[in-house]
Design a protein around this ligand. Structure first.
Ligand code: FE2
Ligand code: FE2
Length: 207
């Protein structure tokens, strides 16, 4: 199912919409934690601190919107409170593992260099995706006259993409080939996630 069909269907059901918000919140939080984990204690700079803080705020903001769906629940990130829990949890980790492997193979990076390079490519691919996904979600929210808006996230994710490109220019120089590799892997994992969500909402409810 295409995103622009899937998301309006999720938005139209309080329970599915709550679980969608909760899943996005969980993934934003995983992103924030991964950024923090990749920081060098002494060399971390303003851009990276801002990025970690904003991803953590996205996680909190999405969580705080759940009550507006009218669905009670989704207090935690346990599997039954998420959409496609396995794929939602694997998406970022699998991307991180694949890109770290690519960087080791091509650059022999290790330690902090590997962590920082992986942060750049993983986050770049995710920001490209966020710039596609959140505007579609925002359109669906508007069309449904929802009380929820993710416009603030749309704006901040656009800023993040520009900042990732700046940081990759400094670190890699010519980063295009590496960026394309990251985008290729991300696309596979993202499609897997979307199709798992699509399947999960087609299954008849258990009696
Ligand atoms: Fe985010
Ligand atoms: Fe971001």
């Amino acid at each position: 199912m295409e995103l622009n069909h899937l998301i309006p269907r999720l938005v139209s059901s309080p329970e599915l919409h709550a679980k969608w918000l909760n899943s996005l919140s969980m993934m934003e939080n995983t992103g924030a934690r991964k950024i923090s984990a990749s920081e060098n204690e002494q060399l971390v700079d303003e851009i990276v601190l801002k990025h970690a803080a904003e991803e953590a705020r996205h996680a909190y903001y999405l969580k705080s919107q759940i009550k507006k769906t009218g669905y009670e629940g989704c207090k935690t990130y346990q599997a039954h409170e998420l959409l496609a829990p396995i794929e939602s949890q694997q998406y970022l980790h699998a991307l991180d593992v694949a890109i770290s492997r690519y960087l080791k193979r091509n650059f022999n990076f290790e330690g902090d260099n590997l962590k920082y390079a992986a942060y750049l490519l993983v986050t770049y691919a995710i920001e490209e995706r966020a710039d596609e996904l959140y505007p579609i979600y925002e359109d669906a929210l508007k069309a449904a006259q929802s009380k929820i808006s993710v416009r603030m996230i749309v704006v901040e994710e656009q800023g993040h993409l520009e900042e990732m490109i700046q940081q990759m220019n400094v670190f890699f120089g010519d980063w295009k080939e590496h960026g394309e590799y990251a985008i290729g892997i991300e696309k596979k994992l993202f499609n897997k996630w979307v199709s798992a969500i699509g399947k999960s909402i087609q299954e008849p409810a258990l009696p």
